[in-house]
Design a protein around this ligand. Structure first.
Ligand code: PEP
Ligand code: MG
Length: 759
């Protein structure tokens, strides 16, 4: 049974469009269940009717013609009740409705299952049979499983159809909306550029080309390249492999022959498809064919074909690398955006970002906010490989993406972009003013840095120090660990740029979603695994080199502070402190005369909240990493779009933990700051100030907004608001209470400018 399911889903997945996908579904499900009819009805959102879209068994001429409202017929009943319906005698049911054109009067029994994707009913899958009998439990379970698995595939095919004009019944290219989660606020209108990870065939997009000859040439060069590699590899292995094992290379070479795979790719290129797209299509078809075979040996051959495809693609991508053009108003789209991809786009061209994976708390979203680029994350249903070159709107306030937007919608969003620009310009005037509340309370605003551009932006916006310098960023853009000398130069640049203001440098915090290409960490649960201080304590050589570089860089400046991430207990802290003292001793032995800088601990693991006083006693300051603290307190993966709406730093449990940390730090006479994204949220900043945080550290883009808001409110009022919020047990109510209070104070200006658009 499982095998049948797997095969059907795989075949449907490989279908070229929605119509073909539905055709395969009805035919295969009918066969598998031994029924006489299988049909799919899809809910048309425009007419709100279930339309017969495919059938094997009913009159095919009724496809697209027969439809019913949710309150009509058995299909409507399955759709509205969101439950399967199993009837021995369908005609006897009060909701039965007869459609003469389908010829269904001959079928007595009926089994229907709703097709639901992300809580939304997309349609109904139905099987029917002549004889009167109740379908058994196993059959019902099979159909329910089938519809659950097909829902995603249908959603994907439908979305692709609307984008490429292959939608239902040949409706042309349409505006379509895809829901993700907000990554970085702001809106952008522009052109999609799909960025691919290296040599991943499955995600190569379709692209139409005019210059077919150039693509053919690229492909034949790639073929030659792989052929040569195969021959060389085979010769190299001659002494280690038996002749029959080496035969594999001959098989590869045969597959590449002009009469085989190579020729098929050439044919597709000649239809106007670029070489990479043609390769994906042909390899995909072959892989599918092999994977569907019952013989285990032949099934295994699918991986050979995939490997060959990857090798060819690597050559094609190499040749393409120099020619990737970024248009003006470029919106970068990728299955999983990485900080390195952002750096590739020439300055001034990038207006928006879309990532299919990840959430608003992923590191790439944090960088996007720092750069002030509107971003939507976790748009899991976006058929991103099909959208290269089309017009898009990114709504980073609501986490929505529009493909092929109408003229009207484009105009509305262009106005939002302009409003936001004016708002930012207006805030520039705050630069030289202190962050002081109406009742004279000074709240120091610091910045988080990492990217090079952050330094300039932070200085332009009047930051009073660096609360978090993410040192892993310079590590991420290298191809090996930077040497002590290289690190020293990078750190010195930061320290000099902000001198005499303090710069808090965090020791290397890799793991989780921050990977170094040259130090891969593969784990089942990366956020609960080898991360932050755990990695560097296991590799003291990395930690010692880094802290030595920091200490040397601070010579004569005296503005360095060192911060330790992911501390979960006293033992880790003591080990790290011991290493810092060792570095300091070594540096002084080398003749560099510097004082021991203040050392702090990040409070970002629940265990550290409970041990806050013990930790505070041993260090000079604390800094709350609310991004991780929220993820660990609520058990919500900060990177997973499926649970993104459960991630909430205004959850009462998080707010209580923050109060505990401030009290604990102050009881030990130590200052405490907060450097998670929460500090840069203007409304949350009001609460944090009231809690007693000694400084708030945020991205430079948000700093003027926070300053504007805190200058409009008194500490007294903020404390009142906090007291009110702390009595509320429901996160939603906390959000609305806070928003309402700020609106009533006339401070609603910071609430998103795109709130009026109804699309
Ligand atoms: C945090 O966890 O809040 C934090 C500031 O660190 P990062 O986002 O880099 O994990
Ligand atoms: Mg963290």
């Amino acid at each position: 049974m499982l095998n049948t399911l797997r095969k059907i889903v795989q075949e449907v997945n490989a279908a070229k469009d929605l119509k073909a996908a539905l055709g395969i579904i009805v035919q295969r499900v009918k066969e598998a269940m031994g029924s006489q009819v299988c049909s799919v009805y899809l809910l048309d959102p425009e007419t709100n009717r279930f339309v017969l879209m495919a059938t094997d068994g009913l009159n095919k001429r009724s496809i697209g013609k027969v439809s019913m409202a949710p309150n009509e017929g058995l299909v409507g009943l399955v759709g509205t009740r969101e439950e399967p319906l199993n009837l021995e005698d369908a005609a006897a049911h009060p909701r039965y409705r007869y459609f003469a054109e389908t010829g269904e009067e001959r079928y007595a029994s009926f089994l229907g299952s709703p097709i639901i994707h992300h809580r939304k009913v997309m349609g109904v899958l139905v099987i029917q049979q002549k004889e009167r009998r109740q379908f058994d439990e196993g059959e019902e379970a099979f159909l329910v499983t089938m519809s659950a698995q097909l829902a995603g595939v249908i959603a994907h095919a439908e979305a692709t159809g609307s984008i490429r004009g292959l939608g239902r019944q040949g409706k042309g290219i349409q505006e379509a909306k895809f829901i993700g989660v907000p990554g970085s606020p702001g809106a952008a209108v522009g052109t999609a550029v799909v960025v691919l990870p290296a040599a991943d065939l499955e995600v190569v997009p379709d692209k139409h080309v005019e210059d077919v000859a150039a693509e053919l040439l690229l492909f034949s060069t790639a073929l030659d390249g792989v052929r040569n590699d195969m021959r060389a590899l085979s010769a190299k292995m001659a002494s280690q492999l038996r002749p029959e094992e080496r035969a594999l290379f001959d098989v590869y070479l045969m597959m590449l022959e002009d009469a085989a795979l190579g020729n098929e790719v050439v044919k597709v290129i000649k239809t106007g498809q670029w070489a990479q797209g043609a390769l994906r299509q042909v390899i995909g078809e072959h892989v599918n064919r092999f994977e569907l075979m019952d013989d285990a040996y032949l099934r295994e051959r699918a991986s050979d074909v995939k490997d060959l495809g990857r090798r060819l693609l690597a050559y094609l991508q190499q040749a393409r690398q120099q020619t990737l053009v970024y248009p003006d108003n470029c919106i970068l789209v990728s299955e999983e955006l990485s900080p390195a991809m952002l750096g590739e786009v020439p300055e001034g061209k990038l207006v928006g970002l879309i990532s299919v994976q990840g959430s608003g708390n992923s590191h790439v979203a944090i960088f996007a906010r720092a750069m002030g680029i509107p971003t939507v994350m976790g748009v899991v249903d976006l058929p991103y490989s099909k959208i290269d070159g089309i017009q898009l709107i990114v709504d980073g306030y609501h986490g929505e993406v529009f493909t092929n937007p109408s003229e009207l919608l484009r105009k509305q969003y262009a106005e939002v972009v302009e409003e936001e620009r004016q708002l930012t310009q207006g805030l520039d005037a705050l630069r030289g003013l202190p962050c002081e509340t109406l009742d004279g309370y000074r709240m120091p605003l610091w910045v988080n840095t990492g990217l090079l551009a952050d330094v300039k932006r932070a200085q332009e916006r009047g930051a009073e120090g660096v609360g978090l310098y993410r040192t892993e960023v310079p590590f991420m853009i290298k191809e090996r660990f930077p040497s002590e000398k290289e690190q020293l130069a990078i750190y010195r640049e930061q320290l000099v740029a902000f001198h005499p203001l303090p710069v808090t440098m965090r020791s290397l915090d890799i793991g989780g979603d921050k990977a170094l290409s040259y130090f891969p960490i593969k784990e089942e649960n990366p956020f609960l695994g080898w991360r932050g201080i755990r990695v560097t304590l296991d590799h003291p050589e990395i930690f010692l080199v880094q802290t030595r570089a920091m200490l040397k860089a601070s010579e004569g400046l005296d503005n360095l502070r060192i911060l330790l991430p992911m501390i979960s207990g006293i033992q880790e802290l003591e080990e790290a402190l011991h290493l810092i003292h060792r570095s300091w001793g070594e540096v002084r032995d080398e003749g560099v005369d510097i004082p021991l800088p203040p050392v702090g601990v990040m409070i970002e693991i629940p265990a550290a909240v409970y041990q806050v006083r013990e930790l505070a006693r041993q260090v000079d300051f604390l800094s709350v990493g609310s991004n991780d603290l929220t993820q660990y307190l609520l058990a919500v993966d900060r990177n997973n779009p499926r649970v993104a709406d459960l991630y909430d730093f205004l959850h009462p449990a998080v707010l209580q933990a923050l109060c505990t940390v401030v009290e604990g730090a102050h009881a030990e006479g130590k200052p405490v700051s907060i450097c998670g994204e929460m500090a840069g949220d203007p409304a949350a900043a009001v609460l944090l100030m009231a809690m007693g945080f000694d400084s708030l550290s945020m991205n430079a883009t948000n700093l003027p907004k926070v300053k504007w808001l805190l200058r409009q409110i008194s500490l007294g009022k903020a404390k009142e608001l906090l007291a009110q919020v702390m009595t509320i047990d429901n996160p939603q109510v906390i959000h609305s209470t806070l928003q309402l209070a700020l609106r009533n104070l006339g401070l609603g200006r910071m609430i998103n400018p795109a709130s009026d658009i109804q699309a």
